[in-house]
Design a protein around this ligand. Structure first.
Ligand SMILES: Nc1ncnc2c1ncn2[C@@H]1O[C@H](COP(=O)(O)OP(=O)(O)OP(=O)(O)O)[C@@H](O)[C@H]1O
Length: 459
């Protein structure tokens, strides 16, 4: 073996090969145009605004600051024109047709409602965004939250889409009060575990569903939505600034696509007392929402305002592989940090008898046995002994006690997540990775199927 720098061997050709230099391009963007880009997972680009004004989904970019984007599909919009410098390889084009005027008008209509709410000391608008998969719901939620923040408001952003996490691991449903700028490089911002970033951390109220699709177990999804709504409403009531700004609720695309899903939309509408529904990119869904909600009254007697919005031509489909890799990157970041912050997770060895694990039951809801007899509900979770199939899985550690009922555990908020790094069936022990060295043996843990982590995080 030759130690680098001490060995006698001549440098190899690879060692001498020049390091490829990423190309740098300057784009001049006209007023009201959008530069759309896609960076592959594992690749990155650096972007600098040289002059003018520019924003990413509503968040203004600073001039001469270097922004780095990794594995992202996104866009930079300018109202008045700008010059940008891009270093790195990505797929890109500039578009002049965007629905931004519609979106900003929606924002100003919401601002009017917020001003009225502040004046009358009432709750601001509770806005629900629905639309098919990849129609730009999350991007619109981000944009409306960013514009509200720019006006000095404090929006509460609710994520009811377990397929993607919002400041948390996928599988969770969250309510996050935003009081400071959204971190455009990271999507939504720094997670509570990353402490030394320039953008202040946000603390979500976090509940765990643990499956990728709400329809996989509506008997679990619905009560968690109810619990999330209760927590969000009480947080809202406690803080006048959040109260008058109101909520913006993101939804999973799948619930906008059929009868079972529409029932879930109705459930979210009633639990969050939604009074504004933004329907994005679907005429059919808009007419369905009109049919369901045109005569509806919220718990406080308000009617629902329905607004139809265009889908941006920039929305891109994200295939399963892209989602899988993005989710794995989010999980990795939760434990190990990102390029800006390195975290040091702890490994703990736990005996089978020291842990209480509940596995989520799947796909038993709405199922009928032949002859129309409904299948018996055996409970939400199944108490299981650790086993080899737990390897590489994520477990949610709940703020509950091991002696609590399944309903109490379901309604508890999440204390944190652990990753099962190793299962030793002979010694009957688990090796788990946790962000902190907290005692976990007196907490119940929930084992779901989402997020799926196909690779070892320890490699
Ligand atoms: N104007 C745009 N330019 C470039 N990319 C965009 C634009 N709008 C949205 N995207 C990208 O398109 C993808 C889908 O958008 P988004 O996540 O907002 O859709 P969604 O409706 O929330 O999806 P889902 O139904 O999966 O939750 C994302 O990667 C997003 O960053």
């Amino acid at each position: 073996m030759s130690i680098p720098g001490l060995g006698q061997a001549a440098p190899t050709a690879a060692f001498l090969a020049p390091i490829p230099v990423a190309p740098t391009v300057v784009h001049d963007l006209q007023a009201n145009s959008e530069w759309r880009f896609e960076v592959d997972i594992g690749e990155k680009i650096d972007v600098k605004i040289l002059s003018g004004t520019a924003e990413i989904f509503g968040t203004e970019l600073a001039v001469n600051h270097l922004y780095t984007f990794r594995g992202a599909k996104s866009s930079i919009y300018t109202w008045h024109g700008c010059r940008i410098e891009v270093t790195g390889v990505c797929e890109e084009y500039t578009a002049e047709e965007t629905p931004m005027t519609q979106y900003v008008n929606t924002h100003f209509a919401l601002e009017k409602l917020r001003d009225e709410a502040e004046r009358d000391r009432r709750e601001g608008p509770r806005v629900l965004v629905v639309g098919p998969t990849n129609s730009g719901k999350t991007s619109l939620v981000k944009l409306l939250a960013a514009y509200a923040l720019r006006m000095g408001q404090q929006p509460m952003v609710i994520n009811t889409d377990s397929r993607e996490g919002l400041l948390s691991i996928p599988g969770s449903l969250t309510a996050t009060p935003f009081a400071s700028i959204i971190d455009v490089e990271q999507g939504w911002g720094s997670s509570p575990t990353s402490t030394s970033t320039p953008v202040p951390v946000k603390l979500p109220l976090c509940y765990y569903y643990g499956l990728g699709n709400p329809e996989d177990n509506t008997k679990l999804y619905k009560p968690i939505i109810t619990r999330l709504a209760l927590a969000a409403t009480s947080r809202l009531t406690d803080d006048p600034a959040i109260k008058s700004t109101g909520m913006i609720i993101d939804t999973p695309g799948v619930i906008s696509q059929g009868k079972g899903g529409f029932d879930l939309i109705s459930h979210i509408v009633s639990e969050f007392s939604v009074n504004t529904i933004l329907v994005i990119g679907s005429e059919r869904l808009h007419s369905e929402m009109l049919r369901r909600f045109s005569t509806y009254r919220t718990s406080t007697g308000e009617t629902i305002t329905l607004v139809k919005l265009d889908k941006s031509g920039g929305c891109v489909d994200r295939d399963d592989t892209f989602m899988q890799l993005t989710n794995e990157a989010t999980v990795k970041e939760y434990f190990f940090g990102d390029t800006r912050t390195t975290l040091s997770p702890h490994t703990q060895s736990l005996g089978y008898d020291e842990v209480t694990v509940y596995k989520i039951r799947e796909a038993h809801t709405n199922s009928f046995l032949p002859g129309g007899v409904e299948e018996t509900d055996h409970g939400l979770y199944e108490k299981v002994e650790p086993n080899a199939s737990m390897q590489h899985c994520i477990l949610a550690v709940m703020y509950a006690s091991v002696s609590d009922s399944q309903d109490t555990i379901r309604d508890a908020s999440v204390m944190g997540f652990v990753y099962v790094a190793e299962v030793d069936e002979t010694k009957r022990r688990l090796k788990v990775l946790a962000p902190m060295n907290t005692r976990m043996t007196d907490r119940p843990m929930i084992w779901g199927s989402w997020p799926e982590v196909a690779v070892s995080l320890m490699g």
